[in-house]
Write a protein that binds this ligand. Structure first.
Ligand SMILES: Cc1ncc(COP(=O)(O)O)c(C=O)c1O
Length: 384
């Protein structure tokens, strides 16, 4: 009999988020695993979506997104990072960063091309490369500060390597790459003539005054980088699935060749609401950052009352914690026991590593949660 399924999905496991989410529901667990807020996004943005719907803005949007959203994203990039992108030729609105990643990787990767990424990686990065027939290769970010060994970059690259994927601020570690790390990465990308896919969905979630640096703004990087971000993360409404890809015209045309056959266009009223939200970005950001920084601090401080040792994140809404060595337990067993016996869901990060075993000694927690959820979760973790 002919095989039912395409070879490229044969090795694709069910995502850890589905597995953990199911267990969390079954055991009515406090969910510190799921990577999205358990509270609602701003009502003033929702009002704009209602207004757009009521005024008849309900048919297909243009393939690359409505102009005001592209224009306001371009203005936000200029105000925050001092780089100009042409909203007509360099910005594409996509169905979440997820679709931007898929369209970009599908547009650029030929079967057999190697794509380098840092591990722990965001699982879609690896999956998209495999779906495109590419070969993922890995450079490990090592504890305690999740830095990389520059020699690892040179050891991992080959003449088949076409792309380097980075994620900054980083899920799952909360790492924010330093300027000097970025200088090394940029020099490396230029030396080996690599394209860079830069997933920056947590660009506005940096703490303690740390400033986000898009790698596209480094010398020699603009025309080789595709910057991907997500209004869902920036405005706390992940379910709207509105993301974007920013790149030079040549790369934008390539991304849009896949985008046009994947989703073609993204929901219209949501785009109008997000265009409005971007026009208010400067006023919105200080409270947004302060809210998440207070949640990070709450979780970090209170975790000290548990057996788990947290690594303080500089960005994103994730925190890695070390499983106590004395427990003699690896992440998958530990997180399974936590959800089943103690009623708290976490994510076992070893699934985000393919080369190193480092992930087995940690768990990933998400602090995009109501304070009461965080406190309930900590109470449960104390029982470990
Ligand atoms: C690093 C990273 N990239 C992309 C995404 C997906 O973004 P979106 O919800 O806009 O598709 C996520 C969501 O968790 C993420 O953490």
């Amino acid at each position: 009999m002919k095989p039912k399924f395409a070879d490229r999905i044969a090795s694709m496991p069910t995502s850890v988020f589905s597995t953990m989410g199911k267990l969390a529901l079954e055991h009515k667990a406090v969910n510190l695993g799921q990577g999205f807020p358990d509270f609602d996004g701003p009502g003033w943005i929702q009002e704009e979506a209602f207004k757009a719907m009521k005024s008849g803005l309900n048919q297909y949007a243009p393939m690359n997104g409505i102009f005001t959203l592209r224009n306001n994203i371009s203005n936000a990039f200029l105000n925050n990072y001092n780089m100009q992108w042409n909203p007509d030729t360099e910005i594409t609105i996509t169905a979440g960063a997820t679709e931007a990643l898929y369209s970009t990787i599908t547009a650029l990767v030929n079967p057999g091309d190697e794509v380098m990424m840092f591990e722990p990686y965001y699982d879609a990065h690896q999956a998209d490369v495999i779906l495109a027939g590419g070969i993922p290769t890995y450079v490990t970010l090592r504890k305690p500060d999740f830095s990389f060994d520059p020699e690892d970059l040179e050891e991992t690259v080959s003449n088949k390597t076409k792309i380097l994927i980075i994620n900054n601020p980083h899920n799952p570690t909360g790492k924010v790459y330093t300027r000097s790390e970025f200088d090394q990465i940029a020099t490396f990308a230029i030396k080996h003539n690599l394209l860079v896919i830069s997933d920056e969905v947590y660009e506005f979630l940096t703490f303690d005054g740390i400033k986000h640096i898009p790698i596209a703004t480094l010398p020699g990087m603009r025309d080789r980088t595709i910057t991907i971000s997500s209004t869902g993360k920036t405005f706390g409404m992940t379910g709207w699935k509105i993301g974007y890809a920013i790149a030079c015209p040549e790369l934008t045309v390539a991304v849009q060749k896949v985008h046009q056959w994947t989703t073609f266009a993204v929901n219209t009223p949501g785009q109008h609401a997000m265009a409005y939200a971007f026009s208010k970005l400067d006023g919105y950001l200080p409270d947004f950052r302060a809210l998440y920084q207070s949640k990070r601090d709450l979780l970090f401080e209170r975790l000290k009352e548990t057996a788990f040792t947290p690594h303080k994140p500089d960005g994103s809404y994730f925190m890695m914690v070390d499983i106590p060595e004395s427990a003699g337990e690896e992440d998958i067993d530990c997180s399974t026991r936590l959800v089943k016996d103690l009623g708290v869901a976490t994510i076992p990060p070893s699934v985000f590593y393919s080369k190193s075993d480092e992930g087995k000694s940690m768990l990933r927690l998400c602090f995009a949660k109501k304070d009461e959820t965080l406190l309930q979760g900590i109470e449960k973790l104390k029982a470990y």
